[in-house]
Ligand binder design. Structure first.
Ligand code: ZN
Length: 64
């Protein structure tokens, strides 16, 4: 199972309505509505966890 990044629903990749690739990661969507939202702002939906990593990287870099 994979997670639809827009609505957070767990879906089976085999039954996903559509897929998108962003930042080297493939995302699966339960509905065209979710795909449209993702397309409108892929950065927002495509980095649910990596935003924290970015912040950490930045801080570490700053401390150097
Ligand atoms: Zn969805």
């Amino acid at each position: 199972m994979v997670r639809d990044p827009v609505c957070g629903m767990l879906i089976d990749p085999a039954t996903a309505v559509a897929t998108r690739e962003h930042a080297g990661q493939v995302f699966y969507f339960c509905s065209q509505e979710c795909v449209d939202k993702f397309d409108a702002d892929p950065h927002y939906y495509g980095h649910p966890e990596s935003e924290e990593d970015d912040t950490n990287d930045h801080e570490e870099h700053h401390n150097h």
